[in-house]
Design a protein around this ligand. Structure first.
Ligand code: PHE
Length: 479
């Protein structure tokens, strides 16, 4: 099958009538060369020389300067008059004309007088005119070239003929198939009679199909890992009572502890289990056996205010109370991967809205070592192994450990989570007596470490980078 473009087809058709189509000469020559290489056309190139008038030549088309001078001399003009009167010619032109006329024997000089002999210059002027029209040489050519009236032009002319293969092809069924670019039923049913235009797939931009973002994929991966480590998922809501976010964890009311997370308050009040609220209040004021309480007033109305939760540990406490404390003899491992909200200034490592991976373990013989083991194992399973612990302070855990991970993109250690063993004061009002280990890990920061990203803002949201959001591994079909 020979693939021809429209111009090449047009040329073949024109050549059956011995012609070439009109149009852009370079395009036609290129098309002819291609047809020649396909053996359909024989191409001949001829260099053709023709003559064209210069601007000077064009100026003299209506009269030659010597013609004018000759006719004035015939009328008896003197040399002096010739040079001093305005006759529309320059001195050089007049001098040259006199020279030419004398040479051709059309004038004679007698002293200061010029005498015209019979003759005619019309033939010469006509010859110039002929060149303008035909481009062909004639007997005055040399003179015209010398005097700069005319110049030579070389041009490549192509003549083409169909070869016998070409003639055969033009009459073939293939050449005469109708070419179509839109389908209908008739065409599909009689497809042998048509030729189909090919689609150019080389210029199609990369196509992405819809799918989960790379962050969603990461979240799913993490959930699977938590499940594989024996954890069950906790369900929760974005909005929480201050009680579950702060009071139950013994954050002091009106104390800088509450500013650790700049909190987003919502309108309205929630409901808190009255007897639990009361137990927390008593512990808050008086402490537990062997310790001291804060000894201060406890504002129950403050407890009922509603906020966008600043950590998913609020959910952990709901599960400690509503699930674990109801069957305290069992062992439990819970996790959640969910959103939290903080009124942070956004920068390379901070977002206002981000995901936390919360984990809580309730089992016999639990130690701080177990907690560190769970966390290390978790990071290893997601492919992050440069992790270290550092003692820290939380109002609700003792001891408390900050978790740091090494960012090779930022070339420094960054905080990636926080953890600890819950203080007895937080567990006592819930009726829990065993040790509880828990942690909250920053999910987008883990993403940064895993994918070597140096700015957390590219992962998600308004400053997200599409190359990061569409995971090339999953979404690119063509590129
Ligand atoms: N809630 C803590 C935070 O948001 C993390 C944490 C969870 C710490 C559980 C200790 C125990 O940083």
């Amino acid at each position: 099958m020979i693939e021809l473009n429209d111009l090449e087809r047009e040329i073949l058709k024109a050549l059956t009538k011995g012609k070439l189509p009109e149009g852009n000469k370079d395009a036609i020559v290129n098309a002819l060369r291609r047809l020649e290489s396909l053996g359909l056309v024989s191409l001949k190139r001829e260099s053709i020389i023709s003559y064209k008038l210069t601007d000077l030549g064009k100026k003299y088309l209506s009269y030659l300067p010597e013609e004018k001078v000759y006719s004035l001399i015939k009328k008896g003009i003197t040399i002096e008059e010739l040079f001093n009167k305005d006759i529309g010619l320059s001195k050089e032109e007049i001098n040259a004309s006199i020279g030419i006329l004398s040479k051709q024997g059309l004038i004679e000089r007698k002293g200061k007088e010029l005498i015209a002999k019979p003759g005619d210059l019309e033939e010469k002027r006509k010859a110039l005119n002929d060149i303008a029209i035909t481009g062909l040489p004639n007997k005055f050519l040399d003179e015209f070239l010398k005097r700069g009236f005319v110049y030579q032009e070389k041009e490549d002319k192509y003549s083409a003929e169909l070869t016998s293969k070409g003639k055969e092809y033009v009459n073939s069924k293939e050449f005469n198939l109708k070419s179509v670019d839109k389908l209908n039923r008739e065409i599909i049913e009689n497809y042998e009679n048509y030729k189909f235009r090919k689609y150019d797939l080389s210029s199609i931009p990369p196509i992405y199909y819809g799918g989960p973002s790379s962050l969603s994929e990461f979240i799913e991966e993490i959930k699977k890992i938590m499940v594989s480590m024996g954890f069950q998922e906790m369900k929760s809501n974005y909005a929480e009572e201050v009680f579950w976010n702060f009071d139950v964890m013994m954050f002091r009311q009106n104390h800088p502890d509450r500013d650790v997370q700049d909190t987003i308050y919502l309108e309205g009040k929630g409901n808190v289990d009255f007897s639990l609220l009361n137990k927390v209040k008593q512990t808050y004021i008086n402490g537990i056996k062997g310790g001291y309480g804060y000894g201060k007033e406890f504002d129950e109305e403050e407890s009922k205010r509603i906020i966008l939760r600043g950590h998913t540990t609020a959910t952990t406490f709901r599960y400690l109370y509503y699930v674990i404390s109801k069957n305290p003899n069992l062992n439990y491992r819970f996790f959640s991967v969910d959103k939290v909200f903080r009124n942070e200034t956004v920068d390379v490592t901070h977002l206002k809205e981000f995901y936390q991976i919360e984990g809580v373990v309730y089992e016999d013989n639990l130690t701080l070592r177990s907690l560190m083991g769970y966390i290390k194992t978790f990071y290893e399973l997601i492919g992050i192994d440069k992790v270290r612990f550092k003692p820290t302070y939380n109002p609700y855990t003792e001891p408390s450990l900050e978790i740091q991970g090494y960012s090779s993109a930022l070339q420094r250690w960054i905080e990636i989570g926080n953890s600890g063993m819950f203080r007895p004061e937080t567990l006592y009002p819930l009726g829990i007596k065993k040790n509880v280990a828990a942690w909250g890990l920053a999910l987008e920061r883990a993403f940064m470490l895993k994918y070597d990203i140096e700015d957390i803002r590219v992962i998600n949201g308004s400053e997200g980078d599409l190359n990061v959001i569409r995971h090339p591994k999953y979404y690119k079909i063509w590129s």
